[in-house]
Design a protein around this ligand. Sequence first.
Ligand SMILES: Cc1cc2nc3c(=O)[nH]c(=O)nc-3n(C[C@H](O)[C@H](O)[C@H](O)COP(=O)(O)OP(=O)(O)OC[C@H]3O[C@@H](n4cnc5c(N)ncnc54)[C@H](O)[C@@H]3O)c2cc1C
Length: 355
Amino acid sequence: MKSSDYLIIGGGIAGTSLGAKLASQGSVTLIEAESALGYHSTGRSAAMFAPNYGNAIIRTLNRKSFDFFRTSENLLRQRDVLVICGEKDEQDFEKLLSDGFQEISVDDACKRMPLLRSKAVLRAAIDTGCHDVDVDLLVQNHARSMRANRSNFEFNARAQKISYIDECWHVETSSGEYSAPILVNAAGAWADLIAQMAGLGRLGLTPMRRSIACVSMPMDVSGWPLLLGASETWYAKPDAGNLLISPAEEDECEPMDAWAEDLMLAEGIDRFQQFVDFEVTRVDSNWAGLRTFAPDRTPIVGFDPRAKGFFWLAGQGGYGVQTSPAMSAVAADIITNCDDTDRTLIEALNPARFC
Ligand SMILES: Cc1cc2nc3c(=O)[nH]c(=O)nc-3n(C[C@H](O)[C@H](O)[C@H](O)COP(=O)(O)OP(=O)(O)OC[C@H]3O[C@@H](n4cnc5c(N)ncnc54)[C@H](O)[C@@H]3O)c2cc1C
């Protein structure tokens, strides 16, 4: 049995960003079921930082996260988000304007995105405060600082049994046993299952699938904005010479190694094509990942009031990458009894709201 001060289940952005903060405070062991970091949601995201995306709490976390991204080398690259409003989207479009998007003329939108079919576009808006995030670099930076503090990574170590004995959490995995007085549940779509394994009830997390089709483009698209349908029923983002087109679905499913369905991808591509003079003839590759939401679509961060030392860092939904600097800072403050985070934010994230 290997013992440490902090035991983290989950090697996605949640587990690694908090691990990097805790590693300077005590010994950390991170256990991950897969053979590498970022295998599930973290490695499948659209890798955007969009400050006006999400509910009020998410937007607070976005704002608090920006300084970290801005001051870290090579993590961000500016990419505007151009919102396209079609006939059925006006209500959602107005909501985006009240969330901080700036309306622009359809002519201006066509200048920014040369393939836009102007006749199909009713209105347009832009957010120039958005960025691409280098997610792989972000995760590897966290892993490097953990290693520099001699943290222990255990891969292919799926937590299978969890018990609390003598003020310590004991976790049996497929590759060994680990213990610590503080157990962090950063298991993404599996977080409710981890809580059940620990003898606690679920908090009502819902994993929702979202898919992406990767289409190679015959022209240089690197400077294009991300195009977003105002009702979030599709988006298209340039990525390494390709266009990533998503149907932006939210399909409830069990925690799993998610995959994309052809029909879903085709529907998303069709919705995108209604607004552009470009025909997608071939999808080069595709994938899907799970965006896991709490019932109020606000993340769950804090100690479980039902069990000493059991800490939640879950329910990041579609914002887990962009909010990770602020969310890991809040989590580390709570765990180390530091007073830096304001009470309103701590209460908004508190798992007690579902217990
Ligand atoms: C298509 C798509 C687009 C997205 N776009 C964006 C975006 O542009 N910007 C943004 O901020 N967010 C985006 N997101 C959301 C973001 O990816 C997630 O919020 C974030 O990755 C969640 O991170 P996580 O660490 O909680 O989960 P994960 O990355 O899933 O990590 C959880 C880890 O826990 C491990 N685990 C589970 N059970 C066990 C167990 N029993 N034992 C050991 N390990 C276990 C899993 O193997 C997994 O590696 C997107 C998501 C998707 C799917």
